[in-house]
Design a protein around this ligand. Sequence first.
Ligand SMILES: Cc1cc2nc3c(=O)[nH]c(=O)nc-3n(C[C@H](O)[C@H](O)[C@H](O)COP(=O)(O)OP(=O)(O)OC[C@H]3O[C@@H](n4cnc5c(N)ncnc54)[C@H](O)[C@@H]3O)c2cc1C
Length: 551
Amino acid sequence: MTPGFDHETDVIVFGAGMGGMCAALIAAHEGLDVILCEKTGQVGGTTATSAGTLWIPEAGGRGADDVAQARTYLEAETGNRGDHALREAFLTSGPDAVDYLQRHTDVKLRPVGPHPDYHPDKPGWSMQGRALGPYPFNGRLLGKDFALVRPPIAPFMVLGGLMIGRDDIPHFLKPFRSIRSFFHVAHIVTRHAIDRLTRKRGARLIMGNALVARLLFSLRKKDVRLRLNCSLVELIGEPGRVEGAVVNFNGTPTRVRARRGVVLATGGFSASKWLRAEFFAPRIVPHTSAFSGNSGDGIAAARKHSGATGDGEGGPAFWFPVSVLREHGTETVFPHIVLDRARPGLIAVNSQGLRFTNEADSYHDFVEAMFRSHATTPSIPAHLICDRSFIRDYGIGLVHPGSSDKGIERFVNAGYLRRSETLAGLAKVIGVPAKNLEWMVSEHNRFALTGTDEAFGKGSNALNRHNGDPANTPNPCLRPIVQPPFFSVAVYPSDLGTSIGLRTDVDARVLDTDGVSIEGLYACGNDMNSIMAGAYPFPAQWDPKLGIHVT
Ligand SMILES: Cc1cc2nc3c(=O)[nH]c(=O)nc-3n(C[C@H](O)[C@H](O)[C@H](O)COP(=O)(O)OP(=O)(O)OC[C@H]3O[C@@H](n4cnc5c(N)ncnc54)[C@H](O)[C@@H]3O)c2cc1C
């Protein structure tokens, strides 16, 4: 044992989300001795509650020349901002990284079908073939370790812990529509009922939860040492070099030497009051959709060791609009990702009762539009407006499609849904000028009849239409708002993850404030500065952890 240390290993990784688990797994496969330390009692972080989509050109099925197309798209999105070398490393190593995982581990990925990039007007854009998702995973295979997988957020589960994916929703809404739908639902529900006899939630895992479970399953197969309730306190080393870390293991500080490297994967700073204040201002971001354990520990520790953060040019985080249900002393934060905003018969207005954006644009762009509008007219919260038929057909936020009047009453009583028989009445309830709201809705209804949103182009591009209702004509995103009562839900900005992180070189080595690599210190996941330079071009954040390379 090296004097001054309590333990030694080749690599120590902090944070068991996608970034850290992936880094630990690959290091172990490359023959290194690894310890994976997770601050909480479960693995998964934000990854476990995410959709688990990865955006990897070429690997998503579009073929070898897709890297060139994707490069064009990324260049159009980021312009001169950010680090070109890192983006290039991502483009060229992404397919190999996916191939590596598929061949050597139980992380099995598949193209997810049509899943458009978010800006169809940009050159190199693609409708599908870049997004990958994990195959569903049977949590029973984990045995006792199943309890270590952080569950998804409650609104994304039904029947006491059954995960429902986007593909399942049409079957669950109309199980008797076809034999296929009936058997799909019957199979899932029966399996769930059996699971619930012995477990707290269903073991049919999909999306980010499947990804985390697959990573944990693979780590166990490789006998990687996973230490729960074990957190990074500080780095040990000298200027320009990190030798190890002080680790808090169940309250006991332990000095661990890492011969080959320390990997920071603590998930960014979504839960850090101080770093939010430093990087988010002047934006008002009252909520986070990311994991509450991600308090910026990796970034703070590296900064004390001269680690440099990105400049945030283009933006500090990725955004979701969220609504908040406060009921029985609890708060449920619901991200409005794709299930309601793009559907026909909904508009969003600011405090003047005026529309301010194309509601069907990506969640990130929607929140950016809230910020822009707020600079001149209070727009936080904004209000999503719809009528009774919209809730019947599509649901809004936490209110499921097909909800009965009684079901709706619960949300009205909690103040989550605002309701009135008239638009003027609704305007009064939410405190916006009635004339403006009535005018906005009548304009929108006129656009719905012609199929052209003359104000903001809702339904005018492939992304909008993909998330609209194909059965609705002439525009899948526009339908008159006419059937009382009228409803509104307040939405606020939240971050789904932070994009400012530690600057790194193409091998994920953290750079110091002079731009020089710090020997022995690596960052991945949201601890690494995003290659997107504030843009949000596609249905995933970059997964730089795939490219990590421990030398
Ligand atoms: C609803 C939702 C859907 C999303 N969908 C997608 C998607 O489809 N595709 C996509 O690319 N992104 C998506 N995201 C974003 C994505 O989930 C995150 O960017 C990603 O999971 C971050 O991975 P990570 O490994 O950096 O952090 P995390 O997965 O959050 O893991 C960080 C871990 O570090 C631990 N930790 C913190 N501090 C310490 C410490 N001091 N010591 C040890 N451990 C520590 C935490 O407890 C946590 O377990 C989504 C986010 C949300 C909220």
